[in-house]
Design a protein around this ligand. Structure first.
Ligand SMILES: C[S@@+](CC[C@H](N)C(=O)[O-])C[C@H]1O[C@@H](n2cnc3c(N)ncnc32)[C@H](O)[C@@H]1O
Length: 389
């Protein structure tokens, strides 16, 4: 398959470099990291592979073209000049969505209908159709995104956002997006032979993402993608990508992943989510309050998204919890601790400045990811002792 395509892996603010690393790890070298996205050129097989494997990207879009557009005429003519028929088949359904920032063409509904009209005209000529287009076939969500008078025309290859792995059957009040949870794990130096704990696990997202990473399971393995139905991508290319994912999974990799939460209902949900993800009994779940956490092993990783204390009446309790966590972990200097919170006093409460901090957004909440590196291990972790929680 030698057809080259330009793909855009969209990323939440702050995660671009991590998405870039993932794209490179898939073997694509020619990449550009930009605000909110990673652009790369690749063979068409990158569409299934990127959708199946990218853990931290929001979506994968196919770039059809970009051009300057300061008038509706320019938008229409330049859109019509793009090779839409290469991608969208005769009966393809192609709604057009749009956005416009700092541009002369600011009316998004007008831009959408002009782009729609231009594509319709082009497809009718190229597919030799006199009547209207039926639009009863595969789904192609076209986007016109105009930024500073430059229009970017893309087709979404993913369908639902990539955070929808297909395993979340239940959730708590503030579940972490799966893509962010995967990023939190990837930012650490955790290796699958080391203990991994989330003592505020809620619906289990961080622990589940760690298990998927630990066994090298493709995060998109349990779901479907819009581009699976596109005739432009031969079925074999999809079959090969799914086969590659199956062959790459290391289901025999033993893991020591532990998730606990004070709320018994959430532990039940976490268990169900892990089952749905195909992880069976691989993760140990327990209803427990964080203050009862007593690591018995060395060189573990604690990665967590505790309550932030933003709600009325919650702050004091949360601050006590952060102090308590600091006290517990002080006795376990070989452990690495990674905490995502919006509470700006975290380091003071924890009792130690972080080795490193990273600004991340949890949805619209501005947070910091506080990273405390454990003392360098002198030997391999002792896997024989069990968790002892
Ligand atoms: C922000 S949520 C975590 C969400 C989780 N990352 C997810 O994806 O579902 C914080 C969790 O901390 C739990 N929690 C609150 N106080 C706790 C305590 N003292 N010990 C253990 N868990 C606690 C809550 O029940 C809640 O599930």
């Amino acid at each position: 398959m030698s057809k080259k395509v330009t793909l855009i892996a969209t990323a939440a603010m702050g995660l671009e470099a991590i998405v870039g690393k993932e794209v490179k790890a898939l073997g694509y070298e020619d990449i550009q990291i930009e605000n909110g996205r990673v652009v790369f050129e690749a063979d068409v097989s990158a569409i299934p592979r990127a959708n199946l494997w990218l853990r931290t990207a929001d979506r994968v879009k196919l770039l059809v073209g970009k051009f300057k557009a300061t008038s509706f005429d320019e938008l229409f003519e330049n859109t019509k000049a793009l090779p839409w028929e290469t991608f969208i088949e005769e009966d393809g359904e192609f709604p057009v969505v749009g956005k416009s920032v700092k541009s002369k063409l600011y009316s998004v509904p007008d831009c959408q209908s002009i782009v729609k009209k231009a594509i319709v005209e082009r497809l009718k000529v190229k597919h030799g159709i006199d009547s209207w287009l039926k639009e009863t076939g595969a789904f192609y969500r076209v986007e016109v995104a105009i930024h500073k008078d430059e229009a970017l025309l893309t087709i979404d290859t993913s369908g639902s956002g990539l955070h929808k792995r297909g395993y979340r059957v239940g959730q708590g009040e503030a579940p972490l997006k799966e893509t962010l949870a995967a990023a939190l794990v990837q930012i650490t130096n955790w290796t699958p032979d080391q203990p991994f704990v989330d003592p505020f696990c809620g619906s289990g997202t961080i622990a589940i993402e760690a298990a998927l990473i630990g066994q090298n399971i493709a995060p998109g393995f349990n779901r479907e993608f819009a581009s699976e139905n596109w005739s432009f991508i031969p079925q074999k290319v999809w079959d090969d990508a799914f086969q590659e994912a199956e062959d790459s999974a290391n289901y025999d990799q033993p893991l020591q992943i532990f998730g606990s939460d004070i709320d018994p209902d959430l532990i039940e949900i976490a268990k169900k989510n892990a089952m749905e993800a195909g992880l069976g009994e691989l993760i140990t779940w327990k209803q427990m309050q964080m203050s009862d956490f007593k690591p018995k092993q060395e060189n573990g990783y604690l990665v967590s998204n505790p309550p932030y204390g933003e709600r009325m009446g919650e702050r004091e309790e949360v601050e006590d919890m952060y102090r308590n966590l600091g006290t517990i972990m002080r006795d376990h200097p070989s452990w690495s601790v990674y905490i995502l919170t919006s509470h700006e006093g975290f380091e003071k409460l924890y009792g130690k400045p972080a080795t490193k901090k990273r600004k991340l957004f949890n949805g619209f909440i501005k947070t910091d990811y506080y990273q405390y590196f454990g003392r360098k291990p002198k030997s391999k972790p002792d896997n024989g002792k069990g968790f002892g929680f």
